[in-house]
Design a protein around this ligand. Sequence first.
Ligand SMILES: NC(=O)c1ccc[n+]([C@@H]2O[C@H](COP(=O)([O-])OP(=O)(O)OC[C@H]3O[C@@H](n4cnc5c(N)ncnc54)[C@H](OP(=O)(O)O)[C@@H]3O)[C@@H](O)[C@H]2O)c1
Length: 171
Amino acid sequence: MTNNCNPSITIIVALDEQNAIGRNGDLLCHLPADLKHFRQVTSGHTIIMGRRTFESLPKGALPNRTNIVITSDNAINYPGCIVVRSVEEAFTHCNDDEKAFIIGGGQLYRSTFHLADHLYLTRIHHTFDDADTFFPEIDFSEWRLTEKEKHKADERHQYDYSFQTYIRKSI
Ligand SMILES: NC(=O)c1ccc[n+]([C@@H]2O[C@H](COP(=O)([O-])OP(=O)(O)OC[C@H]3O[C@@H](n4cnc5c(N)ncnc54)[C@H](OP(=O)(O)O)[C@@H]3O)[C@@H](O)[C@H]2O)c1
């Protein structure tokens, strides 16, 4: 699949030093500043997620965003969400000049990474040995770092972490 759609495709993900993103259907750790960053970056935009990621959200659809969930189950209807069967169908619900965010999880990241033109990475400076879900390998020679902000662990954040923004060099 090539990116014939017009929305700009941005991936947003929190990953550890080995690209781990999840464990037992949940996130690896709780970083309040990352949740705030996620909310600030994605609010007002369209977010696209896999069915398992949607099912991991404690309160269902995220407010102030158009929520699109991808599943092969024709019978599912999630309140507050547009439910679609494929990535292509998800993009048909995006406006031409829109920024669409792929918010996970592992399966959806793997099938859309080649389409993304922007990456918002939260790098957790730790390795979680018991992770079971991973982000694909990133060839950083193809990406230009545009922003980087490092934070130290504190009483609310167990690990050091960095917000990193990349743009694909070829766009
Ligand atoms: N660290 C982070 O930033 C982050 C972000 C999001 C999620 N996560 C974590 O990632 C884990 C979930 O990831 P996951 O890989 O297990 O599941 P997922 O990608 O969230 O969802 C997988 C399901 O979504 C549907 N799907 C996904 N991609 C599709 C595609 N290209 N075409 C058609 N259907 C597609 C399928 O649903 P059906 O089976 O219904 O057909 C598939 O079984 C959790 O641990 C979660 O906490 C981490």
